[in-house]
Design a protein around this ligand. Structure first.
Ligand SMILES: [Zn+2]
Length: 190
């Protein structure tokens, strides 16, 4: 029986439900990806995480590793690929795991879910979850990588000052004004 970072699939999916709100198929697949990445890292190494999608996968990382968006050890760079990397904090050396669509042939429901070929209501949910569990890490590709230096280390934001536009503090190294006053669209204007 496949396990995920020492959890049974059932126990892991209970954690998923609590953290993510519902037992999403992407988190089951993502659990196997984190498990595989961890197995390919040297023991006891301090690692950071890089996630290449905003959808589902970041939550598998946050459930199964100490890396979160909030503590800065998980960075998300949205390439749109269902892939993640765990890497040594200071050197950037690590492993990248991706879902290898070319291996999904024996798992038709999994394949159709991954390529979003059918609307959700037409999915055979039980079969999908069974196929993901059965496939486990067997449909994942793993490679050694060195993460770009710009994404390695340094999580603190530097010195902050009140913004000349709104008066709220922001990190001065990001520019002459805070992001909102510099024009990032956030809220409708009153
Ligand atoms: Zn401002």
């Amino acid at each position: 029986m496949n396990t995920i970072c020492g959890h049974s699939i059932e126990d892991y999916m209970a954690l998923v439900e609590r953290f993510h709100g519902h037992p999403a198929p992407g988190l089951l697949a993502g659990g196997f990806m984190v498990d595989l990445a961890k197995k390919n890292l040297p023991d006891g190494e301090f690692f950071d995480a890089l996630c290449e999608t905003k959808v589902c996968l970041p939550d598998a990382i946050q459930i199964l590793t100490p890396c979160t968006v909030g503590n800065g050890w998980l960075k998300i760079v949205d390439t749109g690929r269902f892939a993640l990397a765990l890497f040594e904090k200071y050197t950037g050396e690590g492993v990248r795991v991706h879902l290898d669509a070319g291996r999904l042939g024996p798992y038709p429901e999994y394949e159709s879910w991954f390529f979003r070929r059918r609307p959700k209501r037409e999915q055979d949910r039980d079969r999908l979850m069974r196929e993901i569990a059965e496939a486990g890490a067997g449909v994942m590709g793993v490679n050694r990588v060195r993460v770009d230096a710009g994404l390695v280390g340094k999580n603190s934001g530097g010195k902050t000052e009140p913004c000349p536009g709104c008066g709220e503090a922001y990190p001065v190294e990001t520019g002459a004004r805070c992001g909102a006053c510099a024009g990032l669209p956030l809220y409708a204007r009153p």
